[in-house]
Design a protein around this ligand. Structure first.
Ligand code: SF4
Length: 210
């Protein structure tokens, strides 16, 4: 990976509630970076894929916006995408640390690239067709697997076992694909019978907010 840039392609920034995962329902400032080559066919942010389509923004500018959101009540900042780890995130994290030192940094990643930057919380959302690195499996705090079909359940279990083998015990979440009735049925039944897993719903979509 190249050295850490002081500008990054940014799709959008916004202050809303975290819709998904363990921290769902909490106030959060989102920085959505452009660029993704993972290629999930059900992706709901395909507009983020071409990095060059999104304006290069100085990391200090992003950090300043995050600090303002913290003053407005955001509990943490979420670096998402696209696939944020396609970029080296060292400079972004340094800028966030300087502008908002007590503002926890969360990362949402598919885990296909090396980890860069420093985060208080890492959500790993692994993809069956492009599995994550052992490093991310060993470092994530939350493993969130999207379910569309039965094969996603065995993949979820294999990812949890791989994290355990790497001496990690992340929180385990299944998230039905949006408007996937099969995904809903499979995830509900799986979680009902597996006490170590919990359901994650995209509450922001149900509410019709970002
Ligand atoms: S990794 Fe995320 S942004 Fe990239 S294609 Fe998959 S769902 Fe979309």
């Amino acid at each position: 990976m190249s050295s850490s840039p002081i500008n990054l392609p940014v799709v959008e920034t916004f202050h809303s509630l975290q819709g998904e995962g363990i921290h769902g329902g909490r106030s959060a400032f989102f920085i959505r970076l452009g660029g993704c080559s993972v290629g999930c066919n059900w992706c709901d942010t395909k507009h983020s894929w071409p990095a060059a389509a999104h304006p290069d923004t100085a990391v200090v500018e992003l950090a300043s916006a995050a600090a303002f959101a913290q003053q407005q009540g955001a509990a943490f900042v979420v670096i998402t995408g696209g696939e944020p780890l396609h970029h080296n995130l060292e400079e972004l994290c340094k800028a966030l640390e300087a502008a908002a030192p007590q503002f926890p940094r969360h990362l949402e990643t598919s885990g296909v690239n090396p980890l860069s930057g420093h985060f208080n919380w890492i959500t790993l959302s692994p993809k069956r067709h492009n599995p994550p690195t052992a490093e991310l499996l060993s470092r994530c705090h939350e493993l969130k697997v999207v379910v569309h079909e039965a094969a996603d359940l065995s993949f979820a279990q294999s990812m949890a076992e791989a994290a355990n083998r790497a001496n990690n015990s992340p929180a385990l979440l299944l998230q039905p694909g949006w408007e996937s009735s099969d995904g809903q049925r499979l995830a509900l039944e799986f979680v009902r019978t597996q006490p170590t897993w919990r359901l994650s719903l995209q509450s922001h979509k149900w509410l019709g907010v970002r």
